[in-house]
Design a protein around this ligand. Structure first.
Ligand code: SF4
Length: 378
């Protein structure tokens, strides 16, 4: 369905959101532009290596952080560089993440010309009080305007990220968010339940018992409302991802199917045929290493076939239709029984996993508590 993916990480944001534990720091545009100059050097370096640059990539994804914080011309130059140095498939999916306050006509037209064909907008909520409460720097009005601008610039493949389970969020708030989604009609949606990361500002507030979050019953109702409202219009194809027919995110499908990918930039992870390596995560140390031509790789490991099999199971079962277990066994030359013993048969007989021919998937009833099943397969 898709091939290796190329990922570029831009670890800068205008300011930090209260729930965020991603690899990003607050910075100004000058810093982001300087980083992109150094990232361009790393792109050149890896593209020249036959064992990774010699592959044909199906997707390019520029994520962060907030990539759209950079100058449009610098971002366009990075896309152009990737297209000229790496072999990208003719119909490659070229995506970038952007926040509403950084989306303008110049950014969109410049990137469209460079080949961008998918935009992922981090909106998170259409409620201004909730947005302020999580320290987002944009408003709902800016988000809606940004979406229409992107459409007006010819982007026919747009994703919106939303979060539910936010502090003080009510069922009515979430339903209004979903209605707004239906009115905008993006091609793709990523709807995440808020998770509290201990190292985020919310993690610290929670430790002090100073965070008011929706309870489990309300979260379950929100998930049910999501499926009820969206199912006539969107296909849920992954636990947290919905799309119009044929609009799955190809870059992420490759992750969920545990395919190969090359990640460049601070903290970016690569996994090429079982060799996994991770770049320096601190943006400034990363920049210094590139500048001084020293290695940016901080961790590398060769995954065993068993480890790859287990990871493939955990990722692949996130897909609603599951994946082809027989093909995985063939690809890694190891059987599910060698890895798990009788466990898969037990989960199957308990109705948690479903087997149909060569395919395996999570039973629909277990989707709301998917982690309970996936944790047994780690
Ligand atoms: S915009 Fe995204 S990456 Fe940046 S601080 Fe907010 S959640 Fe984190």
């Amino acid at each position: 369905m898709t091939g290796p993916g190329l990922y570029l990480h831009i670890p800068f944001c205008r300011s930090k959101c209260s729930y965020c534990a991603f690899n990003s720091v607050a910075a100004q545009r000058d810093t982001v532009d300087a980083y992109l100059d150094l990232l361009a050097r790393q792109i050149e370096e890896y593209a020249a290596l036959e064992w990774c640059g010699g592959r044909r990539f199906s997707t390019l994804f520029i994520g962060g952080g907030t990539p759209s914080l950079a100058s449009p011309a610098k971002l366009a130059a990075i896309i152009t560089l990737c297209r000229s140095r790496f072999s990208l498939a003719d119909q490659a999916e070229i995506s970038m993440e952007a926040n509403p306050d950084t989306i303008g006509p110049e950014l969109l037209t410049t990137l469209r010309e460079a080949g961008l064909n998918r935009l992922s907008i981090g909106i998170q909520s259409f409620n201004n009080a909730i947005l302020a409460g999580i320290n987002r720097v944009h408003t709902a009005e800016q988000a809606i305007k940004a979406f229409h601008l992107a459409r007006g610039c010819g982007l026919a493949n747009i994703n919106i990220d939303l979060i539910y389970g936010l502090p003080h969020q009510t069922m009515a708030d979430w339903q209004e968010d979903l209605q707004q989604i239906l009115a905008l009609a993006p091609e793709h949606l990523a709807l995440y339940e808020l998770t509290i990361e201990p190292e985020s500002p919310f993690g610290r507030l929670q430790a002090e018992k100073a965070l008011v979050l929706p309870d489990e019953d309300l979260l379950a109702d929100m998930e049910e409302a999501t499926n009820t409202l969206l199912s006539p219009h969107y296909q849920r194809y992954e636990i947290a991802n919905f799309c119009r027919p044929g609009r799955q995110c190809r870059h992420n499908i490759n992750y969920w199917l545990n395919g190969s990918y090359l990640g460049l930039g601070a903290g970016a992870v690569s996994c090429l045929d079982g060799l996994r390596f991770t770049h320096e995560s601190d943006p400034y140390r990363f920049m210094s290493a590139v500048e001084h031509k020293t290695t940016t790789i901080r961790q590398a490991e060769c995954l065993s076939r068993t480890a790859r099999f287990r990871e493939s199971m955990i990722m692949g079962l996130r897909l609603i239709d599951g994946f082809n277990l027989r093909k995985l066994e063939k690809r890694l030359d190891i059987s599910a029984t060698e890895v798990y013993g009788p466990l898969l048969a037990e989960l199957n007989s308990q109705g948690r996993l479903l087997r149909q021919g060569e395919m395996i998937r999570l039973a629909p009833d277990w989707l709301p508590v998917a982690n309970q099943v996936l944790n047994t397969l780690v």
